[in-house]
Design a binder for this molecule. Structure first.
Ligand code: ATP
Ligand code: MG
Length: 805
């Protein structure tokens, strides 16, 4: 007879079943890619709820991205319905923000603290590096920033560093001073940087055990996905949360939390902890991730149960064989073999293009072919190592009308105009944040220069008031009447917005307050007007971006009817690489391999499989670097369910230089017989030159597997060393520009095709539609077209495959 939870256990293999149903203090699930780790976590949560072993509010599940959190929440919702509400399913950062918003007043911050993203921190550090002349000791702001971040990930704060630093060493002393000043400035601005969100929560728990106890009593089941990528601070946080709780805790009320009377606070064991991970997929060492968190789990949590999963449910065997073969070249790992019962499946397809455009064209053509054969675009993904590689792909995709979206939302929020607009919001929400105020002081131009800024800061210091308060007393600043008027106007604008967005406590702001407040700020400050009056075509794009931000605020209000401006700023600050701002679901996803973690697609294209890209040249000098790159490649190829494509180019233009590329060593690690190498399109001989000879010499039959690889050696000596900024190693942001300022080299050219709102057109792929609007100028004119079946699309008029009807 089926039990009420039979559906939750259906189809699980014995190991998965054990992982879902095991009860105990600590459970570690280690397994290779696609073996159901994330699925097991989800089912475990659903089972706890269904069997009423836990209230939703007693569950804390940590995922690596907001997107993954959203998916897990939705999946649990499907399994148990409303019973899933009230759970915390979030990233480490989001969970810590929630805790800090409740408790920050305990240690000198307010609920409205600002979250500094890495650009904000960088700006502050830059100022301090200058102030302390740290540059004369060879410190760049970037170096200081990454050093600070590293220490914070190890839970070493500024004071701790100062205590153990060798202050006789002038460089170390100056770094220590900058670190401390940085921390002081953050505190003064009522702000946390990204690393602080985790680190300060740990400090909070350690310094205020009675607060920690509230959370320990609340979260009885803690589950962490992608545990291999936790750093020390995150590890410590988990440790703090899973400590046993002494009875008779002092009564204490923490924001929104339960209050326990002494007699009603029994002793409690530590929460039950479930972590899942795969040490072969550890790819964030550069951010302080520590594989030892997995390998030492059994030591840290004595009596922990360990479950191994080996069956892969995602990919066909050829893909797994390739993955196993590649990863087995890493030493110092536990051997595990993934297997699948889905059959061999298709061979892996390899392709070498002459250039990255050639490669991109292959990808676009394959996507179209696979799409015609019935796979939706949304089931396909293209991966690359560095964000800059997306350019060539985008160019060709636009011209080939392949609908795509770029995963990664941060770039949008890094735009100057968006940062300005957000700084206006921050100035209202967190008046202590003088950095935000200084940013908008002269945006738009009000004639407020450095001298005035300094005068305001000095007045604030003298009076012992904040920068914001100083703005309300323009007459006392000792500046001329024109400036006084300008400052008064800014002050009024900010005040008006705060009346709208921050009603007296106890009253709720109207749900649309953020969007309205934002519009008010940008209108009354003259920001919109200055862009409209401008003749710079870029300013039109800026206006569109700001409209988009207002739309984001409206959308936020729809999803969070009680959300405040602080909630909105939190959400925006925590947008991560894997979150796509774009909800065009019928699109191919483009992303870095880092971002691809945890995801799966029917067809996957791993592009740029070349030496110096994967493994990245930067990794060569770092201990364990090439091994980490191999894991990254492993992550990339194990995303594919049915079809895997590995492509590369013989030459690649990067940083304004064209250089010869070499096939990645990882290609040679894949058994030759499971790769089907395709010819470069077009007639190879007609292209002439040494490149095609090299290509012909190498290509016939075998590809690289076993044949020694390389372009017959022809490329290596011409290989020009290039400097690569360190930041490009990281999976930072990607472009939101769907229609960037570049026109592909060899494209369809519609010339000056006349188009206006109301015209009907036909698109080669999307069919017929009506033009809603035309924006932009010249070669950058964009038609916003509402297609009869394909929905709303933006098309670059000059090159889109369209005809006017
Ligand atoms: P990764 O290491 O990439 O994060 P994972 O171990 O978390 O992978 P999941 O994403 O949970 O793996 O599962 C991979 C795929 O296998 C998913 O599509 C999932 O639905 C499917 N799957 C997992 N377990 C089973 C099962 N017992 N039967 C059928 N399909 C399964
Ligand atoms: Mg997973």
């Amino acid at each position: 007879e089926p039990t009420p939870d039979a559906d939750l256990l259906a189809g699980l293999n014995p190991q998965q079943l054990e992982a879902v149903t095991h009860r105990g203090q600590a459970l570690l699930i280690v397994a290779g890619a696609g073996s159901g780790k994330t699925s097991v976590l989800t089912r475990r949560i659903a089972l706890l709820l269904r069997r009423r072993e836990a209230w939703p509010s007693q569950i804390l599940a940590i995922t690596f991205t907001n997107k993954a959190a959203g998916e897990m929440r939705e999946r649990v919702g499907q399994l148990v319905g409303d019973a899933s509400r009230g759970m915390w399913i979030s990233t480490f950062h989001s969970a810590c923000v929630r805790i800090l918003r409740n408790e920050a007043q305990q240690f000198g911050f307010t609920k409205a603290f600002t979250i500094y993203d890495s650009g904000d921190s960088r700006a502050l550090i830059k100022r301090l590096v200058k102030e302390f002349q740290a540059d004369s000791y060879g410190f760049t702001p970037a170096a200081v920033q990454s050093k600070i971040s590293k220490h914070k990930n190890e839970l070493l704060d500024a004071e701790g560093f100062a205590r153990q630093a060798n202050l006789a060493d002038p460089a170390e002393r100056v770094f220590s001073e900058v670190f401390q000043a940085y921390q002081r400035e953050l505190q003064k601005a009522n702000a946390f940087d990204f690393d602080d969100l985790i680190g300060q929560t740990v400090f909070l728990f350690r310094a205020f055990p009675h607060i920690a106890d509230v959370y320990r009593r609340r979260f009885r089941h803690i589950l962490v996905d992608e545990y291999q990528d936790t750093n020390h601070a995150q590890y410590a946080l988990i440790h703090e949360l899973t400590r046993p709780v002494a009875g008779n805790a002092e009564p204490y009320s923490a924001g929104g939390m339960m209050i326990f009377e002494p007699e009603s606070a029994p002793e409690l064991d530590g929460a039950s902890l479930t972590v899942v991970g795969d040490s072969d997929q550890s790819i964030y060492a550069f951010r302080g991730a520590d594989i030892r968190n997995i390998s030492e789990f059994e030591r840290d949590f004595p009596g922990a149960k360990v479950v191994l999963l080996e069956q892969n449910y995602r990919s066909s065997q050829n893909i797994l064989t390739a993955a196993n073969a590649v990863i087995s070249n890493n030493f110092d790992r536990k051997e595990k073999k993934l297997w699948s019962d889905r059959g061999d499946g298709d061979k892996i397809i390899g392709f070498t293009g002459y250039s990255q455009h050639d490669e991109a064209q292959f990808v676009a053509d394959e996507i179209e072919a696979i799409h015609r054969a019935g796979t939706p675009y949304s089931e396909m993904a293209v991966f690359y190592r560095t964000n800059s590689q997306s350019r060539a792909l985008e160019e060709i995709f636009i011209r080939s009308a392949v609908p795509y979206k770029i995963m990664g939302g941060t770039k949008f929020y890094e735009r100057a105009e968006i940062k300005d607009a957000l700084a206006y919001l921050v100035a209202v929400a967190n008046p202590a944040d003088s950095m935000a105020l200084r940013r908008i002081l002269n945006k738009p131009r009000r004639g407020i220069g450095d001298v005035t800024e300094t005068a305001i800061a000095r007045f604030a210091d003298d009076q012992g008031i904040t920068f914001r308060e100083a703005l309300s007393r323009p007459a006392e600043l000792g500046v001329g009447p024109k400036l006084q008027a300008a400052i008064a106007q800014l002050d009024e604008t900010l005040t008006a917005a705060s009346v709208l967005m921050l009603p007296p406590s106890g009253e709720l702001a109207p749900p649309t307050a953020v969007a309205e407040g934002l519009t008010l700020l940008l209108t009354q400050s003259g920001y919109f007007e200055s862009l409209r009056a401008s003749r710079d075509p870029q300013d039109e794009a800026r206006l569109e971006n700001l409209d988009e931000l207002v739309a984001v605020a409206r959308e936020f209000a729809r999803n969070n009817p009680e959300g405040t401006v602080i909630d909105f700023l939190t959400e925006v600050a925590l947008v991560s690489d894997a979150d796509d701002l774009d909800d065009s679901s019928g699109s191919v996803s483009l992303m870095t391999m880092h971002t691809a973690k945890g995801l799966e697609y029917d067809a996957v294209f791993v592009t740029g499989v070349e030496e110096d890209l994967i493994p990245h040249r930067i990794s060569a000098g770092e201990p364990g670097g090439p091994q980490e790159e191999r894991r990254l490649f492993y992550v990339g190829i194990t995303r594919a369910r049915k079809r895997l494509h590995l492509s590369l180019a013989m030459t690649r233009a990067q940083f304004g230089e064209i250089s010869a590329a070499m096939p990645s060593r990882f290609l040679q690690e894949i058994p030759a017989h499971i790769i089907d190498w395709r010819q470069s399109p077009g007639d190879v001989n007609s292209r002439g030159g040494t490149q095609s000879r090299a290509l012909n010499g190498r290509r016939p039959g075998g590809g690289y597997g076993g044949s020694g690889g390389g372009f017959g050696g022809s490329g290596s000596d011409r290989f020009a060393p290039r400097e690569l900024p360190k930041s490009s190693l990281k999976p930072l942001s990607t472009s939101m520009d769907r229609f960037p300022n570049r026109v592909p080299a060899k494209v369809r050219d519609n010339g000056d095709l006349e188009l206006a709102a109301g015209d009907r057109i036909r698109h080669d792929d999307f069919g017929e539609g009506r033009v809603d609007a035309v924006t932009g100028e010249g070669a950058k004119r964009i038609a916003h077209v509402r297609f009869d079946t394909a929905g709303l699309k933006k098309l670059l008029i000059k090159i889109a495959p369209i005809q006017k009807l």
